[in-house]
Design a protein around this ligand. Structure first.
Ligand SMILES: Cc1cc2nc3c(=O)[nH]c(=O)nc-3n(C[C@H](O)[C@H](O)[C@H](O)COP(=O)(O)OP(=O)(O)OC[C@H]3O[C@@H](n4cnc5c(N)ncnc54)[C@H](O)[C@@H]3O)c2cc1C
Length: 386
């Protein structure tokens, strides 16, 4: 493993080491790769993470969580990005949902939905994106909820929804009013409710976690299925986006570091012209440059996480961290593929998985152009460009 250059507390280091040990024991890289090739969720690792208390990080102990906050979540997600990328993506969704319920849920909703999530007894999906586009989401949002007596009937179609085939519960954004941004509400919808149909998509990456098209056909939910306030769903989601951006950036850093580590090991072993290819300066320099970028990105992620935890505004810093991490991670995996050359095509080796999986966090949850738009507007002071 590469030495870590950014300081964390002794407790945070213990968390990192405990998590690394658990993953190595339960799901070593060969198993992660086998499950990824078989497009299978790693149920053993999920159970082991629950046992270790990873599901409850970010939620106080008095609410049945494990304590800790955004920094601890980032540390966990970097490790998972490095060792088990699909599970890292699962955990980004999990941490977003648990934060949304913690901040907006009623006491009854916390007991019914949050506690089982924190214990690893249930799984949740977040359903925002629609086929019309994920970036201009307010224009493309067509899913509607209409009143029927005391109940709501939800109809519409969602796209690219992680985990919808395997989750127990979904947080669904639907239109409940006319106003563009103040006319959306969040609903807690059981995935087994009548009228819910998830269809798994044949995707090229994050293969250990299902990605789905979701259809909702007059799905009946009671009045108390609303999460937070009526018509206030979009601001409630936006309030969690900086945290999600930081978490996605942490996974990207993990993928980038993982790619550097496996490539370093390969270059130390692979022979050409009578010596390991890692002895050629050109190979060393490519990895050193990739390493500088990923460590710079990680220092920004950690600073954004610390500020977010302290309650400070992090919209600019988290956008910078997200952009820098995604860019650096894509470069790390590209460098890895160059150095592995033909062996990069071997589906039993992890470098091709890093190379494919890293693409997700270039455009999600906030794509690279929108990160730059935000930095230009809120840091450089330019007028909004879109
Ligand atoms: C594997 C996977 C898992 C996902 N999981 C979930 C999930 O669990 N829940 C969920 O709700 N969604 C999920 N998504 C959807 C994801 O959040 C969207 O794909 C993402 O928001 C981008 O939306 P889009 O793909 O529709 O791209 P589009 O919105 O069509 O954007 C296309 C391109 O246009 C550019 N662009 C758009 N507007 C501008 C602008 N103003 N300035 C400059 N450039 C612009 C973008 O940069 C991008 O390059 C997932 C997607 C994938 C692939």
């Amino acid at each position: 493993m590469l030495p870590h250059l950014i300081n964390v507390t002794p407790e945070q280091e213990m968390l990192r080491e405990a998590l690394e040990g658990t993953i190595d024991r339960v799901s070593p890289v060969s198993k992660v790769q086998r499950l990824d090739n078989a497009k299978t969720f790693d149920a053993d690792l999920h159970a082991a993470l629950a046992e270790l208390g990873i599901m409850g990080i970010g939620i106080p102990e008095e609410m049945d969580g494990s304590g800790g906050g955004v920094v601890e979540q980032a540390i966990v997600l970097e490790v998972l990005g490095r060792k088990a990328t699909s599970m890292a993506v699962f955990m980004v969704v999990h941490y977003m949902i648990t934060r949304i319920i913690k901040e907006n849920g009623s006491d009854a909703q916390k007991v019914e939905y949050l506690v089982p999530l924190l214990k690893g007894q249930s799984k949740a999906s977040f359903c925002l994106t629609e086929a019309g586009g994920g970036t201009d989401i307010l224009a493309s949002m067509k899913t509607k909820a209409v009143r029927d007596g005391d109940d709501w009937l939800i109809s519409g179609n969602k796209m690219w929804i992680s985990g919808a085939s395997t989750s127990d519960i979904m947080v669904v954004l639907a239109r409940t009013g006319e106003h563009r941004s103040r006319g959306l509400s969040m609903f807690l919808v059981p995935t087994r409710a009548e009228g819910v149909q998830a269809t798994e998509l044949n995707t090229m990456a994050i293969n250990g976690y299902d990605t789905n098209a979701l259809s909702l056909d007059n799905v009946r939910v009671p009045a108390d299925a609303i999460l937070g306030q009526l018509d206030n769903g979009f601001p409630q989601v936006v309030a969690t986006l900086n945290g999600e951006r930081i978490n996605a950036a942490a996974v990207a850093v993990g993928i980038g570091r993982g790619a550097i580590e496996v490539t370093r090991d390969y270059a130390a072993d692979r022979q050409a012209f009578g010596r390991p290819i890692g002895q050629f300066q050109a190979v060393q320099h490519q990895l050193a440059v990739a390493g500088i970028a990923i460590e710079s990105a990680w220092s920004m992620v950690m600073e954004a996480a610390r500020r977010d935890e302290a309650g400070e505004a992090t919209d600019v810093l988290s956008s910078m961290a997200k952009w820098a991490s995604a860019r650096a991670a894509v470069d790390c995996t590209d460098t890895g593929m160059e150095i592995f050359a033909g062996a990069g095509f071997d589906m039993d080796l992890p470098i091709q998985r890093y190379y494919r999986d890293v693409r997700l966090y270039s455009f999600a949850p906030l794509n690279q152009n929108m990160s730059l738009n935000m930095i230009a507007e809120r840091w450089l002071g330019f007028p909004r460009s879109f």
